[in-house]
Design a protein around this ligand. Structure first.
Ligand code: GLY
Length: 308
Protein backbone atom coordinates (compact mmCIF):
# COMPACT_ATOMS: atom_id res chain seq x y z
CA UNK A 1 0.00 0.00 0.00
CA UNK A 2 -0.88 2.60 -1.11
CA UNK A 3 -2.74 1.12 -4.08
CA UNK A 4 -5.32 2.22 -6.63
CA UNK A 5 -7.47 -0.14 -8.72
CA UNK A 6 -9.78 0.87 -11.57
CA UNK A 7 -12.11 -1.01 -13.87
CA UNK A 8 -10.98 -1.90 -17.39
CA UNK A 9 -7.75 -1.36 -19.32
CA UNK A 10 -8.52 2.36 -19.51
CA UNK A 11 -8.25 2.33 -15.71
CA UNK A 12 -4.48 2.58 -16.16
CA UNK A 13 -4.96 6.20 -17.24
CA UNK A 14 -7.37 6.97 -14.41
CA UNK A 15 -4.92 5.40 -11.95
CA UNK A 16 -2.10 7.55 -13.38
CA UNK A 17 -3.96 10.65 -12.17
CA UNK A 18 -4.46 9.15 -8.70
CA UNK A 19 -1.06 7.58 -8.15
CA UNK A 20 1.10 10.72 -7.61
CA UNK A 21 -1.27 11.75 -4.83
CA UNK A 22 -1.21 8.35 -3.16
CA UNK A 23 2.58 8.03 -3.55
CA UNK A 24 2.92 11.47 -1.93
CA UNK A 25 0.85 10.30 1.05
CA UNK A 26 -2.23 12.21 -0.11
CA UNK A 27 -5.70 10.99 0.80
CA UNK A 28 -7.43 8.15 -1.02
CA UNK A 29 -10.46 10.43 -1.42
CA UNK A 30 -8.49 13.10 -3.32
CA UNK A 31 -6.85 10.37 -5.38
CA UNK A 32 -10.07 8.69 -6.53
CA UNK A 33 -11.62 12.06 -7.38
CA UNK A 34 -8.56 12.83 -9.54
CA UNK A 35 -8.99 9.44 -11.25
CA UNK A 36 -12.62 10.23 -11.99
CA UNK A 37 -11.82 13.67 -13.36
CA UNK A 38 -9.16 12.20 -15.64
CA UNK A 39 -11.66 9.68 -17.02
CA UNK A 40 -14.31 12.37 -17.47
CA UNK A 41 -11.88 14.59 -19.39
CA UNK A 42 -10.89 11.88 -21.90
CA UNK A 43 -12.78 11.41 -25.15
CA UNK A 44 -14.62 8.17 -24.43
CA UNK A 45 -17.71 6.31 -25.52
CA UNK A 46 -18.67 5.67 -21.97
CA UNK A 47 -17.65 8.34 -19.45
CA UNK A 48 -18.02 12.13 -19.48
CA UNK A 49 -19.65 14.55 -21.88
CA UNK A 50 -18.07 13.06 -25.03
CA UNK A 51 -19.75 9.73 -24.28
CA UNK A 52 -22.67 8.15 -26.09
CA UNK A 53 -26.05 9.73 -25.40
CA UNK A 54 -29.38 8.25 -24.41
CA UNK A 55 -31.85 7.25 -27.12
CA UNK A 56 -33.07 10.87 -27.34
CA UNK A 57 -29.55 12.05 -28.15
CA UNK A 58 -28.82 13.59 -24.73
CA UNK A 59 -25.76 12.69 -22.63
CA UNK A 60 -26.78 12.16 -19.01
CA UNK A 61 -24.12 11.33 -16.43
CA UNK A 62 -24.07 9.44 -13.12
CA UNK A 63 -21.31 9.48 -10.47
CA UNK A 64 -20.67 8.80 -6.82
CA UNK A 65 -17.89 9.01 -4.25
CA UNK A 66 -17.48 7.38 -0.84
CA UNK A 67 -14.86 7.18 1.88
CA UNK A 68 -14.26 4.39 4.34
CA UNK A 69 -16.06 6.23 7.16
CA UNK A 70 -19.36 6.05 5.30
CA UNK A 71 -19.38 9.60 3.94
CA UNK A 72 -21.14 9.51 0.57
CA UNK A 73 -22.24 11.77 -2.27
CA UNK A 74 -23.86 11.02 -5.63
CA UNK A 75 -25.33 12.66 -8.69
CA UNK A 76 -27.54 11.09 -11.31
CA UNK A 77 -29.16 12.10 -14.59
CA UNK A 78 -26.84 15.12 -14.79
CA UNK A 79 -26.54 17.06 -18.05
CA UNK A 80 -23.87 19.44 -19.39
CA UNK A 81 -21.48 19.34 -16.43
CA UNK A 82 -17.94 18.17 -17.17
CA UNK A 83 -17.00 16.63 -13.82
CA UNK A 84 -19.87 14.76 -12.16
CA UNK A 85 -17.48 13.10 -9.70
CA UNK A 86 -16.58 16.51 -8.25
CA UNK A 87 -20.26 17.44 -7.99
CA UNK A 88 -20.80 14.16 -6.11
CA UNK A 89 -18.00 15.14 -3.75
CA UNK A 90 -19.61 18.55 -3.19
CA UNK A 91 -22.94 16.85 -2.44
CA UNK A 92 -21.08 14.83 0.19
CA UNK A 93 -19.21 17.76 1.72
CA UNK A 94 -21.56 20.71 1.28
CA UNK A 95 -25.09 19.36 1.70
CA UNK A 96 -26.97 17.30 4.28
CA UNK A 97 -28.02 14.96 1.43
CA UNK A 98 -26.43 12.01 -0.36
CA UNK A 99 -27.90 12.14 -3.88
CA UNK A 100 -28.92 15.00 -6.17
CA UNK A 101 -30.47 14.32 -9.54
CA UNK A 102 -31.27 16.00 -12.87
CA UNK A 103 -31.92 19.71 -12.98
CA UNK A 104 -31.38 20.13 -9.24
CA UNK A 105 -27.96 18.50 -9.47
CA UNK A 106 -27.08 20.75 -12.40
CA UNK A 107 -28.23 23.89 -10.53
CA UNK A 108 -26.21 22.81 -7.50
CA UNK A 109 -23.11 22.33 -9.69
CA UNK A 110 -23.53 25.77 -11.26
CA UNK A 111 -24.09 27.40 -7.87
CA UNK A 112 -20.80 25.86 -6.76
CA UNK A 113 -18.64 27.22 -9.55
CA UNK A 114 -19.02 24.67 -12.33
CA UNK A 115 -19.61 25.76 -15.89
CA UNK A 116 -22.56 24.83 -18.12
CA UNK A 117 -21.11 23.04 -21.15
CA UNK A 118 -22.67 23.15 -24.62
CA UNK A 119 -24.54 19.85 -24.63
CA UNK A 120 -23.37 19.20 -28.20
CA UNK A 121 -22.55 15.57 -28.92
CA UNK A 122 -18.98 14.61 -29.77
CA UNK A 123 -18.50 13.63 -33.43
CA UNK A 124 -18.12 9.93 -32.49
CA UNK A 125 -21.19 9.97 -30.28
CA UNK A 126 -23.32 11.68 -32.92
CA UNK A 127 -22.25 9.21 -35.61
CA UNK A 128 -22.90 6.14 -33.42
CA UNK A 129 -26.21 7.48 -32.16
CA UNK A 130 -27.44 8.07 -35.71
CA UNK A 131 -26.31 4.56 -36.70
CA UNK A 132 -28.12 3.18 -33.69
CA UNK A 133 -31.33 5.03 -34.52
CA UNK A 134 -31.37 3.40 -37.95
CA UNK A 135 -30.89 -0.17 -36.81
CA UNK A 136 -32.59 -0.13 -33.45
CA UNK A 137 -35.99 1.06 -34.47
CA UNK A 138 -35.81 3.06 -31.24
CA UNK A 139 -35.65 0.12 -28.85
CA UNK A 140 -33.18 0.05 -25.95
CA UNK A 141 -30.71 -2.83 -26.23
CA UNK A 142 -28.99 -4.82 -23.52
CA UNK A 143 -25.22 -4.82 -23.75
CA UNK A 144 -23.40 -7.86 -25.01
CA UNK A 145 -19.78 -8.51 -24.30
CA UNK A 146 -17.64 -9.14 -27.33
CA UNK A 147 -14.05 -8.23 -26.72
CA UNK A 148 -12.22 -7.46 -29.97
CA UNK A 149 -9.37 -9.71 -30.97
CA UNK A 150 -7.06 -6.74 -31.40
CA UNK A 151 -6.75 -3.15 -30.29
CA UNK A 152 -7.58 -1.43 -27.05
CA UNK A 153 -10.47 -3.04 -25.22
CA UNK A 154 -13.66 -1.07 -25.38
CA UNK A 155 -15.61 -3.11 -22.94
CA UNK A 156 -19.09 -3.57 -24.34
CA UNK A 157 -20.21 -3.99 -27.90
CA UNK A 158 -23.47 -4.29 -29.69
CA UNK A 159 -23.66 -7.38 -31.90
CA UNK A 160 -22.55 -5.31 -34.90
CA UNK A 161 -19.34 -4.35 -33.07
CA UNK A 162 -20.14 -0.78 -32.06
CA UNK A 163 -19.35 0.08 -28.46
CA UNK A 164 -22.19 0.14 -25.94
CA UNK A 165 -21.05 1.18 -22.49
CA UNK A 166 -18.44 1.15 -19.81
CA UNK A 167 -18.11 2.51 -16.33
CA UNK A 168 -15.01 3.85 -14.62
CA UNK A 169 -14.91 2.64 -11.03
CA UNK A 170 -11.85 3.39 -8.91
CA UNK A 171 -11.04 2.14 -5.39
CA UNK A 172 -7.94 3.07 -3.42
CA UNK A 173 -6.10 2.72 -0.15
CA UNK A 174 -3.97 5.63 1.03
CA UNK A 175 -0.65 5.42 2.85
CA UNK A 176 -2.61 5.96 6.08
CA UNK A 177 -4.62 2.77 5.42
CA UNK A 178 -7.85 4.66 4.77
CA UNK A 179 -10.00 3.72 1.77
CA UNK A 180 -12.12 5.59 -0.76
CA UNK A 181 -13.82 4.96 -4.08
CA UNK A 182 -15.64 6.67 -6.90
CA UNK A 183 -17.65 5.71 -9.98
CA UNK A 184 -18.39 7.83 -13.04
CA UNK A 185 -20.30 6.90 -16.19
CA UNK A 186 -22.67 7.96 -18.93
CA UNK A 187 -24.49 4.69 -18.31
CA UNK A 188 -25.82 2.34 -20.91
CA UNK A 189 -25.54 3.78 -24.43
CA UNK A 190 -28.87 4.79 -25.99
CA UNK A 191 -30.71 4.10 -22.74
CA UNK A 192 -34.22 5.46 -22.13
CA UNK A 193 -34.12 9.14 -21.19
CA UNK A 194 -34.11 9.31 -17.40
CA UNK A 195 -32.66 5.82 -16.90
CA UNK A 196 -30.20 5.62 -13.99
CA UNK A 197 -27.95 2.60 -13.47
CA UNK A 198 -25.99 1.25 -10.53
CA UNK A 199 -23.13 3.74 -10.70
CA UNK A 200 -24.53 6.51 -8.48
CA UNK A 201 -26.27 4.06 -6.13
CA UNK A 202 -24.14 3.48 -3.04
CA UNK A 203 -24.14 -0.24 -2.25
CA UNK A 204 -24.77 -1.08 -5.90
CA UNK A 205 -21.96 0.47 -7.99
CA UNK A 206 -19.67 1.30 -5.06
CA UNK A 207 -19.20 0.46 -1.41
CA UNK A 208 -16.29 1.28 0.90
CA UNK A 209 -15.68 0.40 4.55
CA UNK A 210 -12.36 1.07 6.29
CA UNK A 211 -12.93 -2.04 8.45
CA UNK A 212 -13.24 -4.35 5.42
CA UNK A 213 -12.32 -2.97 1.99
CA UNK A 214 -13.83 -1.42 -1.13
CA UNK A 215 -15.67 -2.76 -4.16
CA UNK A 216 -16.95 -1.38 -7.46
CA UNK A 217 -18.80 -2.76 -10.46
CA UNK A 218 -19.24 -2.38 -14.19
CA UNK A 219 -21.83 -3.86 -16.48
CA UNK A 220 -25.61 -3.97 -16.64
CA UNK A 221 -26.54 -1.71 -13.75
CA UNK A 222 -30.04 -3.08 -13.33
CA UNK A 223 -28.63 -6.50 -12.41
CA UNK A 224 -26.18 -4.96 -9.92
CA UNK A 225 -28.91 -2.91 -8.23
CA UNK A 226 -31.12 -5.98 -7.81
CA UNK A 227 -28.58 -7.65 -5.52
CA UNK A 228 -27.07 -4.50 -3.88
CA UNK A 229 -23.93 -5.72 -5.62
CA UNK A 230 -20.95 -4.01 -4.01
CA UNK A 231 -22.55 -4.05 -0.56
CA UNK A 232 -22.93 -7.80 -1.00
CA UNK A 233 -19.24 -8.06 -1.93
CA UNK A 234 -18.14 -6.11 1.15
CA UNK A 235 -20.39 -8.09 3.50
CA UNK A 236 -18.99 -11.35 2.08
CA UNK A 237 -15.47 -10.06 2.72
CA UNK A 238 -16.48 -9.05 6.26
CA UNK A 239 -17.44 -12.70 6.84
CA UNK A 240 -13.97 -13.83 5.79
CA UNK A 241 -14.16 -14.37 2.03
CA UNK A 242 -11.32 -13.13 -0.17
CA UNK A 243 -12.08 -10.29 -2.60
CA UNK A 244 -12.28 -12.76 -5.52
CA UNK A 245 -14.55 -15.17 -3.61
CA UNK A 246 -16.78 -12.28 -2.56
CA UNK A 247 -17.06 -10.96 -6.13
CA UNK A 248 -17.81 -14.49 -7.33
CA UNK A 249 -20.62 -14.85 -4.77
CA UNK A 250 -22.19 -11.58 -5.96
CA UNK A 251 -22.10 -12.86 -9.56
CA UNK A 252 -23.70 -16.14 -8.42
CA UNK A 253 -26.58 -14.20 -6.89
CA UNK A 254 -27.14 -12.30 -10.14
CA UNK A 255 -27.16 -15.51 -12.16
CA UNK A 256 -29.40 -17.54 -9.86
CA UNK A 257 -32.34 -15.20 -10.53
CA UNK A 258 -32.54 -16.08 -14.19
CA UNK A 259 -29.76 -18.39 -15.44
CA UNK A 260 -31.21 -18.27 -18.96
CA UNK A 261 -30.13 -14.64 -19.22
CA UNK A 262 -26.55 -15.36 -18.22
CA UNK A 263 -25.18 -15.42 -21.76
CA UNK A 264 -26.82 -12.09 -22.61
CA UNK A 265 -25.41 -9.87 -19.89
CA UNK A 266 -22.12 -8.79 -18.46
CA UNK A 267 -21.41 -7.66 -14.91
CA UNK A 268 -17.96 -7.47 -13.33
CA UNK A 269 -16.98 -6.71 -9.75
CA UNK A 270 -13.51 -5.79 -8.48
CA UNK A 271 -12.61 -5.40 -4.80
CA UNK A 272 -9.69 -4.70 -2.48
CA UNK A 273 -9.44 -5.75 1.14
CA UNK A 274 -8.18 -3.28 3.71
CA UNK A 275 -4.92 -5.25 3.69
CA UNK A 276 -4.51 -4.59 -0.03
CA UNK A 277 -5.56 -7.99 -1.47
CA UNK A 278 -7.26 -7.55 -4.84
CA UNK A 279 -9.78 -9.80 -6.59
CA UNK A 280 -12.41 -9.67 -9.31
CA UNK A 281 -15.07 -11.82 -10.92
CA UNK A 282 -17.36 -11.31 -13.92
CA UNK A 283 -20.08 -13.17 -15.79
CA UNK A 284 -18.38 -13.12 -19.20
CA UNK A 285 -14.74 -13.24 -20.19
CA UNK A 286 -13.17 -9.89 -20.99
CA UNK A 287 -13.64 -7.89 -17.80
CA UNK A 288 -10.30 -6.35 -16.86
CA UNK A 289 -9.00 -4.13 -14.09
CA UNK A 290 -5.92 -1.95 -13.68
CA UNK A 291 -3.70 -1.88 -10.62
CA UNK A 292 -1.18 0.84 -9.76
CA UNK A 293 1.07 0.53 -6.70
CA UNK A 294 4.79 0.55 -5.88
CA UNK A 295 5.22 -2.77 -7.75
CA UNK A 296 3.43 -1.37 -10.82
CA UNK A 297 3.89 2.42 -10.70
CA UNK A 298 2.87 2.73 -14.37
CA UNK A 299 -0.11 0.48 -13.87
CA UNK A 300 -0.74 -3.14 -14.82
CA UNK A 301 -3.87 -4.63 -16.40
CA UNK A 302 -5.26 -7.93 -15.06
CA UNK A 303 -7.93 -10.11 -16.59
CA UNK A 304 -10.77 -11.01 -14.23
CA UNK A 305 -11.87 -14.60 -13.72
CA UNK A 306 -15.36 -15.22 -15.02
CA UNK A 307 -18.34 -17.58 -14.84
CA UNK A 308 -18.00 -18.43 -18.56
N1 GLY B 1 -22.91 0.10 -14.87
C1 GLY B 1 -23.31 1.29 -15.46
C2 GLY B 1 -24.71 1.36 -15.82
O1 GLY B 1 -25.40 0.36 -15.91
O2 GLY B 1 -25.18 2.46 -16.05
Amino acid sequence: MPVVVSTWDSGVRANAAAWPMLAGKGSALDAVEAAGRAAEAEPSCCVGLDAFPDRDGIVTLDACIMNGNGDIGSVSYLERIKHPVSVARMVMEKTPHVLLSGKGAQEFALANGMQLESGKLSADAEREWKKWLERSNYKPEINIENRPARGPAVPYFFPDGSPNHDTMGTIAIGADGKLAGMVTTSGMAFKMHGRVGDSPIIGAGLFVDNEVGAATSSGVGEEVIRICGTHTVIEQMRMGRSPEQACSEAIRRILKRDPTKAKEIQVGFVAISRRGEIGAFAIQKGFSYSVTNTDHPNGKVFESKSYF
